[in-house]
Design a protein around this ligand. Sequence first.
Ligand SMILES: C[S@@+](CC[C@H](N)C(=O)[O-])C[C@H]1O[C@@H](n2cnc3c(N)ncnc32)[C@H](O)[C@@H]1O
Length: 484
Amino acid sequence: MNTTSWENRLCYGDCLTILQDMPPESVDLIYLDPPFNSNRDYNAIYKDETGRPLPDQIEAFCDSWALDAVRERAIRDMPILMREAGVEDELAEFWRAWPNALRKTQPRLLAYLSYMTERLLSMRRLLKPTGSIYLHCDPTASHYLKIIMDAVFGHGNFLNEIIWSYRTGGVSKHWFGRKHDVLLYYARSKGSHVFHVAKEKSYNRDNKPYRFKGVEEFQDAEGKWYTMASMRDVWELNAIGRSSKERLGYATQKPLALLERIIKASSNEGDLVLDPFCGCATTIEAAHRLGRRWVGIDIAIHAIKRVAAVRLQDRLGLKDGIDFVIEGVPHSLEGARDLWRRDPYHFQKWAVEQVDGFVTARKAADGGIDGRLYFDTGGKQLESMLLEVKGGANVGIGVVRDLRGVLEREGVPMAGLILLEEPAQRKERNFQQEMAQAGDLEVNGVLYPRMQMLSVAEILAGKRFRTPSVARGRGEPQPNLSLS
Ligand SMILES: C[S@@+](CC[C@H](N)C(=O)[O-])C[C@H]1O[C@@H](n2cnc3c(N)ncnc32)[C@H](O)[C@@H]1O
């Protein structure tokens, strides 16, 4: 396969960066299902097997939704960014009005809307003139997102607000059951866009099968006759429930039927389908089954490596490196060095996640710690190992001493140091003594060194920190992913 072209790729990273690398007007169809309420989404995916949520200080999907100085600047510059992207001046002016309205009332929403606008502008650049985009959201923010979509893609290119209605999950006793999502469907250029009419069965006002003889009739398995009519914008499709055969355990997984419907309607065989928030790769599986080329992006390494890639292998028989490529995940020491040079933050994140750790929120007052690895000692709460990642070549004993200081200061049971390069002094006595002086943690009669060190070469060879049982993400694949 041609691995230099943008097709059949799973990319690990922030979609904003990756979208900027893709060539303009190269994509036929974009479906995006971004996270919204990050705390809920994040903990839903990364709860440990006992069901206990992980503590708050881990980095949520969208740490950037906090209204910090960086976000404030992005909000201030948004009208300029929009104009540069070709958005009409008047529409770009929205971005002057609503920061004032939302800054005090809903600051997180404001940060989220600017995060989304930046990414939607990049997606606009990628769509071919015949292309279209479906933004999947829910009523918490759909009304704001529609205004942004009107501005970014042009209100004249609006095609549908699709209501996806389902019945799974609980219902509140205090309001009507919230049982629908919203899909905002826009063309890059209305009239030039690809659209294949889908049909559905017709019903009369009493909800009985409707048949108008001679007009595209259809008989179902029970022998009932219907007239087939063009599909409406209200879709009743089952969501992924507990007993669903498709279920992978990825909390925000969407049903294949939903994606198949979208892809069939808005693309042709051989077209390129992009999902910039691909999660467990539902869009990718649907696109591949329908003979489309695809690109999937996700910021969570668990999603790309442990769920999406495994899904493609188990359900479609696709092999990593042969039928598709995974981008952004180093497989060798040289690859890790390259990532460090290009993007030190992403390198740290990769290293932390590689040992099943969680990246610590950049904003949390966590004294320079890059991540934490959570484990269970049988107590009421999960315990943690602090993780520090060092990418430079000359890591001396001072780093070990500093980490030991943090270990004592934080009062946590363990600390782990991850080094890109194997330190020359590692085998020296004083280096080892410094580590050993931190002592051991005893759990159920087993001793675990409180301070441990791993080089990236060791991690790539499969070595891990020694801790009592680790709390891993729930979104990991089940042993058998195949559909029955
Ligand atoms: C709602 S889920 C998508 C679920 C997906 N539709 C499926 O069926 O599995 C949102 C996904 O976006 C990812 N994500 C969050 N922020 C991201 C970003 N900036 N770039 C790429 N992916 C991101 C999360 O890791 C998560 O997997």
